[in-house]
Ligand binder design. Structure first.
Ligand SMILES: C[S@@+](CC[C@H](N)C(=O)[O-])C[C@H]1O[C@@H](n2cnc3c(N)ncnc32)[C@H](O)[C@@H]1O
Length: 210
């Protein structure tokens, strides 16, 4: 059973075809030491973005722009996409990826700063789509802000929700893993959210606000 399950996961991750733009963004991520979303997650983000009809979206943890390009390919031309990262080199690489993907600069807003400082400045209930993919240290705080930012009907996506498959292992008590468990439970227990955990990539938790 577990071997079959792993084969299914590997097959699903290998299925998406990524073009030159995404491959170059992945190379830059590798050079910068950034862990980009997997191919399976990138494909999932494009589908979710396409279905969302979002007018406004925000990402925490830009990296080299693999997730951003994937989202922007799903969003409509009217969607304004804000992305936050503490590292200006990562933001530069992401801007390059957005330009190579043919995204007009007017559709993206890149913010350099720590998520803890930037998130409180974003307007409550003003976003249709929120992707969290930064550090785990303050994850619970990011999740609380993410829910606050969502409009009714909006979706929050938490990438690496299984913390590289460590979340299901009770013996693992590393702070990041503990934070990932707390974040999932916090989302699951809120009555204003509908939540589902997908095993895609390293775990993708989806939450839609009622
Ligand atoms: C896993 S990578 C994001 C990968 C990106 N989402 C992608 O798939 O292409 C995490 C990113 O979060 C950023 N980061 C880490 N701590 C942060 C913080 N406190 N505030 C904002 N960004 C942070 C890192 O600089 C890094 O670029």
């Amino acid at each position: 059973m577990s071997t079959d399950k792993h084969s299914s996961w590997s097959y699903s991750e290998a299925l998406p075809l990524e073009d030159e733009v995404l491959m170059r963004a992945r190379e830059r991520a590798y050079e910068l030491g950034v862990r980009a979303v997997t191919s399976g997650t990138a494909g999932l983000l494009t589908v979710l973005a396409a279905q969302s009809r979002a007018r406004t979206a925000v990402e925490v943890g830009t990296g080299a722009g693999v997730s951003g390009v994937s989202l922007l390919r799903g969003f409509s031309a009217q969607t304004v996409f804000t992305t936050i990262d503490v590292d200006v080199d990562h933001l530069d690489a992401a801007r390059q990826a957005f330009a190579e993907a043919g995204v007009p600069a007017s559709r993206t807003r890149t913010i350099a700063g720590r998520a803890r400082d930037v998130l409180p400045r974003l307007t409550t209930a003003a976003y249709d789509f929120v992707l969290l993919d930064a550090d785990k240290t303050h994850l619970v705080e990011y999740v609380e802000h993410g829910v606050r930012l969502l409009r009714s009907g909006g979706m929050l996506v938490l990438n690496d929700a299984l913390d590289m498959d460590k979340v299901p292992l009770p013996a693992v008590r590393q702070p990041g893993t503990v934070a990932a468990r707390q974040a999932s439970r916090l989302l699951r227990d809120r009555e204003d959210l509908m939540v589902s955990m997908l095993p895609t990539g390293t775990g993708v938790l989806l939450a839609v606000k009622r």
